[in-house]
Write a protein that binds this ligand. Structure first.
Ligand code: TRP
Length: 488
């Protein structure tokens, strides 16, 4: 029978509710399945102990709490989950109850209020309580604060070439998307230490780094919404990479396809850095405990290394003190950019910085775009079937991307009948591409002309990142026994 005391309490507080009897279930996931709802609809109640006092925290099933935020809010030095025995002694049930039933002081995560209905437990698995979160808000002692953990995003680009259209519509678009989301703290980096694993010229290297930063700012990375940094300016990346190297097997690194590819590309330039590349990349990501990494498909094996690194480290070096309780690293996920597939101008494959003649740079002017398009292979202009592969197919894909489906269909028709005039097609396409790039180039020029702004942006990035990286390193060294505990 549903607990009468709970019904009474709900009525007293003026909360509209519906009680759902559960089939026999053993876990929250079973209930979710039964009710046909999603993780965002269930609202678990966690019972914490702060400075020895119990406290209920109500959050959405899909959100992670940031304990630091809660501690700050409560002005409490320590905050831990209460154990079952403590909860039972105090409240008479074990877990999962909607907090107003507990009578404890309650914090409610802001996002809970974004739902029309929420589903919660009553302290056992026999019933589910469906209520409107607005009603809960008025309950005595419930305070609404924002306390979800923000996602952290990290991504890096090597300064080995200027950005081209393919990068712009691919990885960069993903980075732009994430910087615009409120719960995402984004760090984007020029990874100069990765860039020196393949042949490079020290005399032009600083210039290349600067060019890439300008390209990124031009493309729309907004210093108000993200942090931009140069990898080598935060040496903790390297320090963490070394420590990671001591827990990772060499054989796994030797087996990676990216390593094999680079060896084949530069047989005279096979260095330790190349082998260490994924370890440094894992450190780039994990030194900020980033959980999301916008990258292209080709980088998935590297993200897998980072995930494995996080798992291995967490397992080998569990927490040794309360200050650093919990897992050290999250397992980062690749954020595969939904960006378009931008074909090569050479008639085969995709646009790539390592294939000359295949790309259009973000900085190309109209003249240059025309010149590059002029080199793209074509045919006689007509035939029985519109080609699906090769130069003409690639040109038509670019038309679709930059001039839209309508124009594309017009050309496809022409191909089957009177024939395409490629000189005109290329002229129009060049203008369309240039129109897309003009605002990017304008922004880029603004930063180029006001370079002290860029210096300030990079300085901010360096300081912001150093602080986080130093904290992580201290935690890692504590856990590995390299410094005395609590030696802050
Ligand atoms: N390996 C990535 C590339 O070639 C560059 C990179 C280095 C990176 N460190 C990273 C990307 C960390 C994402 C996160 O594109």
């Amino acid at each position: 029978m549903f607990n009468n005391a709970i019904t009474k309490k709900l009525k007293e507080e003026g909360i509209r509710f519906e009680i759902i009897e559960n089939p026999p279930i053993k876990a929250v996931e079973d209930g979710v399945k039964f009710l046909g709802i999603e993780a965002t609809d269930i609202v678990p109640t966690l019972i914490f102990k702060a400075e020895g006092k119990l406290l209920a925290v109500l959050k959405r099933g899909d959100q992670q709490l940031d304990l630091e935020v809660i501690k700050k809010y409560l002005k409490a030095k320590n905050l831990i989950l209460a154990n079952e025995k403590e909860i039972f002694e105090k409240l008479g049930f074990v877990k999962g109850a909607i907090p107003l039933i507990t009578g404890l002081p309650t914090l409610m995560e802001e996002t809970v209020l974004k739902k029309e209905y929420i589903y919660g437990g009553i302290g056992d698995f026999n019933y589910t309580l469906k209520i409107k979160p607005v009603d809960l808000k008025n309950v005595t002692k419930a305070e609404v604060i924002s306390m979800t953990k923000k996602h952290r995003v990290f991504s890096g680009l090597r300064p080995t070439a200027k950005l081209h259209l393919g990068n712009y519509l691919g990885m960069v678009k993903g980075a732009l998307e994430l910087q615009n989301k409120a719960d995402f703290d984004c760090i984007y980096s020029v990874v100069d230490l990765h860039g020196i694993t393949t042949p490079f010229d020290p005399k032009t290297y600083q210039k290349q780094i600067k060019e890439l930063v300008l390209d990124l700012l031009g493309a729309g990375l907004d210093p108000k919404k993200c942090h931009l940094m140069i990898q080598s300016q935060v040496p903790e990346h390297v320090e963490l990479a070394y420590l990671f190297g001591t827990v990772y097997p060499v054989s796994r690194l030797e087996d990676l396809p990216t390593y094999k590819d680079k060896k084949a590309e530069n047989p005279d330039y096979i260095n330790m850095g190349l082998l260490y590349y994924p370890v440094l990349m894992a450190a780039d990501i994990l030194v900020y405990k980033a959980d999301m990494v916008p990258v292209g498909k080709d980088q998935i094996p590297h993200i897998e290394v980072a995930r494995e690194m996080a798992r291995t480290f967490n397992r080998m070096f569990p927490s040794t003190s309360l200050r650093t309780s919990g897992k050290t690293f999250p397992e980062p996920q690749a954020y595969l950019t939904p960006g378009a597939y931008v074909p090569s101008l050479k008639g085969e494959g995709k646009m790539s910085k390592s294939i000359p003649g295949s790309f259009i740079l973000l900085t190309d002017d109209l003249q240059m775009i025309k010149k590059r398009l002029a080199g793209a292979p074509t045919d006689v202009g007509k035939g029985e079937k519109v080609p699906e592969k090769g130069g003409v197919a690639n040109l038509l894909t670019l038309v679709k991307l930059f001039e839209g489906n309508g124009i594309y269909k017009g050309y496809a028709e022409q191909y089957l009948h009177e024939g395409i005039r490629y000189d005109r097609l290329k002229d129009n396409l060049a203008v369309a591409i240039y129109n897309e790039l003009a605002p990017v180039q304008e922004r880029r020029k603004y930063y180029e002309d006001n370079y002290s702004l860029v210096e300030d942006i990079l300085e901010e990035g360096k300081e912001y990142c150093s602080k986080i990286a130093q904290e992580t390193l201290l935690e890692v060294k504590e856990k590995m026994g390299l410094v005395k505990l609590g030696n802050k």
